[in-house]
Design a protein around this ligand. Structure first.
Ligand code: ASP
Length: 324
């Protein structure tokens, strides 16, 4: 498979927040996201759904709620939007089905829940949260994960509930051309949120359909703790989006956190260097990071990332393209 050679674009934005402030960042996936592909109406619809997710999480944090609840609320909204590659609007596998991965983690307790290959559970991130809270395991996959959801009274839907025409057209394009001719950067997406609450606790959540044309059973970085999702109050919280296999090999989230924790690197520098490593390995994508003090940033090395951030004091930003 030929990996995309994307123009290098590394964008970093850092906003330190007061120690007692809450902060929230969300993403709706990275990849080749260019103005020419979005009508004004589509652009507005994407921004509106990002805004709803941001506001859902921000309302919980503003009211003094927990960081995990805020992450769950934001990701759940993104899962219901057809614009993003998670639950409704997810990419198709090569078999024409949808298989969903998700994870959530809490930075104070280091508790986590993760699921992969889910196909009938309405909200994979809610399933990951349920697993985190109720156990006894941390990670479940396939029909057993959906079975666990059923046993815990989580809403089940037919797999077709997640299907959209837009993603089906992407699958058809992928099927027509050799897989290698459709760059991964045109086949991906994911949603995620990272948050810090007023008490200083961090959390991360990520939910994805993976890549258009992925083999049934393929699992990406999103549900892997330390690759696509991580929260650790000692160093930061990370949710990624991009070429999953490379993000796994680069151990993106844990490498960023460990560089900050053990080598004393500022998070910004750590994240920049790890994303540069992803690029060297032939990958592309982006991530959102928050530090223990609520310092918030987006980073991407692809041509765009649906993203937003909010914090106590009124910051509310939503962006799509790499040059915004
Ligand atoms: N990282 C996801 C995966 O490989 C896809 C994406 O974020 O674009 O499953």
């Amino acid at each position: 498979m030929i990996l995309p050679l994307l123009p290098a674009l590394l964008l970093s934005i850092v906003t330190p927040a007061a120690a007692s402030d809450w902060a929230l960042a969300i993403h709706g996936g990275a990849g080749v996201i260019e103005r020419k592909d979005f009508s004004a109406a589509d652009d507005a619809a994407v921004r509106a759904d990002l805004g709803k997710a941001l506001d859902a999480g921000a309302a919980i944090l503003e009211a003094g709620g927990s960081t995990t609840d805020a992450v769950l609320a934001a990701v759940t909204v993104l899962e219901t939007s057809p614009w993003f590659n998670a639950a409704v609007g997810a990419t198709f596998t090569s078999a024409g089905t949808v298989e969903l991965d998700a994870a959530i983690m809490e930075g104070a307790s280091l508790r986590a829940g993760a699921v992969a290959g889910v196909s009938t559970t309405l909200s994979p991130i809610t399933l990951a949260r349920t697993l985190m809270d109720k156990g006894p395991h941390l990670f479940l996959a396939g029909p057993a994960a959906d079975g666990y959801a059923r046993a815990n009274s989580l809403t089940q839907v037919p797999n077709s509930h997640f299907h959209t025409d837009r993603r089906f057209r992407q699958l058809e394009l992928w099927r027509k051309t050799a897989a290698a001719d459709v760059p991964l950067s045109h086949r991906m997406g994911t949603v995620g949120a990272v948050a810090r609450d007023r008490a200083g606790n961090l959390a991360a959540g990520t939910s994805t359909g993976g890549l258009t044309g992925k083999a049934p059973g393929r699992i990406g970085d999103a549900p892997l703790i330390g690759a696509g999702t991580l929260a650790d109050n000692r160093c930061g919280t990370v949710s990624t989006t991009g070429t999953g296999e490379i993000f796994i090999r680069a151990r993106v989230a844990s490498q960023i956190c460990d560089r900050a924790r053990f080598a004393g690197q500022p998070l910004q520098k750590a994240a920049d260097e790890v994303l540069a490593e992803v690029k060297t390995l032939g990958g592309s994508g982006g991530l959102i990071v928050l530090g223990p003090k609520g310092d918030g940033m987006f980073l991407l090395n692809s041509l765009g990332m649906h993203r937003g951030r909010a914090s106590a004091g009124g910051l509310r930003e939503i962006k799509i393209y790499g040059d915004e």
